[in-house]
Design a protein around this ligand. Structure first.
Ligand code: F1P
Length: 301
């Protein structure tokens, strides 16, 4: 592994790419206006950003917003969607292309894309290109968070605190306990549940770690049985009453920071990178993964 991995360079640039994306996001077009009925699709990391966006848009009262894994999307005419938002860094992910192809001419689509020289562009009615956030590492860090920064700005949020918190998260000390821990459970509620899913995926992808993720209030409904000394329960966003004490009783380490949850995800990305290094893994080229999943079968309509 090279001294500085692409993952390290890319995750370190997030405050700047978020700032840039926020400037683009404030424009009224082409992302869906308030009141539109929206489906948002993606795969892997991009699906988790779709979950966060949907929860934020609903909470902001801007309209029905349903997030789907692209392979599991229900986009029939009976659902009445006014727009489909697709999120894809590569622009080549088969399941996303299939969705775009399937709804073409029936539901307007807008794709948030990292690489604009790809087939997703021709299949979309509109695109928001974020080439400055595209990445060389297989493991996504900045494209995903930058897409979400764009969407937060589009929903009317001022993300400047998130940006300064991300700068702080990049400089914060990493607890050795996080690098050595046997297992992580990530929790979130509302828009931070998508972040919890992404944190868990990041650590699996980059460092082959055993991770799980749940809506925060679901944790006591069984998954807390996994919590034990040497393991970590990491919460994004609002803490449910009594949860910290419940986790403390198991002997697991409870982690909850005051910084903006998207900035706290940056800290998890750093932990994933450190865990990869500690295990002699190349975080840019994880076992069994490719930058984009391109299946042989043609796009179905
Ligand atoms: C989505 C994705 C990644 C995952 C893996 C395969 O890609 O599922 O989240 O880490 O590398 O691709 P994309 O559609 O956003 O390019």
């Amino acid at each position: 592994m090279s001294e500085t991995s692409y993952m390290e360079q890319e995750l370190g640039s997030q405050p700047e790419t978020w700032r840039q994306a926020a400037r683009i996001g404030v424009a009224a077009e082409p992302l869906p206006k308030a009141g539109r009925r929206v489906a948002v699709v993606g795969c892997g990391t991009s699906w988790f950003m779709a979950q966060s966006y949907a929860a934020l848009r609903e909470a902001a009262g801007q309209g029905v917003t349903d997030p789907f894994a692209a392979s599991e999307a229900f986009l029939g005419s009976d659902r009445g969607y006014d727009a489909v938002v697709a999120i894809t860094r590569s622009g080549t992910t088969t399941e996303v292309l299939r969705v775009l192809d399937a709804v073409k001419g029936r539901i307007p689509t807008v794709t948030i894309i990292g690489d604009p020289e790809t087939p997703a562009v021709a299949l979309s009615d509109a695109t928001v290109a974020l080439p400055f956030a595209d990445e060389k590492s297989v493991v996504q860090t900045r494209f995903a968070t930058t897409a979400l920064a764009l969407l937060r700005a589009h929903l009317g949020e001022d993300i400047s605190r998130a940006v300064t918190d991300a700068e702080e998260a990049l400089a914060a000390p990493l607890d050795k306990e996080w690098v050595d821990a046997e297992q992580f459970s990530f929790l979130g509620s509302g828009w931070t549940f998508g972040l919890a899913n992404e944190a868990a995926l990041k650590m699996r992808e980059a460092s082959q770690s055993w991770t799980e993720s749940y809506p925060a209030m679901e944790y006591r409904h069984g998954p807390i049985a996994i919590a034990a000394p040497g393991r970590v329960t990491w919460l994004f966003g609002q803490a449910p009453e009594g949860l910290e004490a419940d986790v403390a009783r198991t002997g697991a380490r409870f982690v909850h920071h005051a910084r903006d949850p998207l900035a706290d995800l940056v800290l998890v990305q750093r932990v994933a990178l450190e865990r990869a290094r500690a295990r002699g893994l190349d975080p840019d080229n994880p076992r069994s993964l490719t930058r984009s999943v391109m299946l042989d079968t043609p796009a179905a309509s």
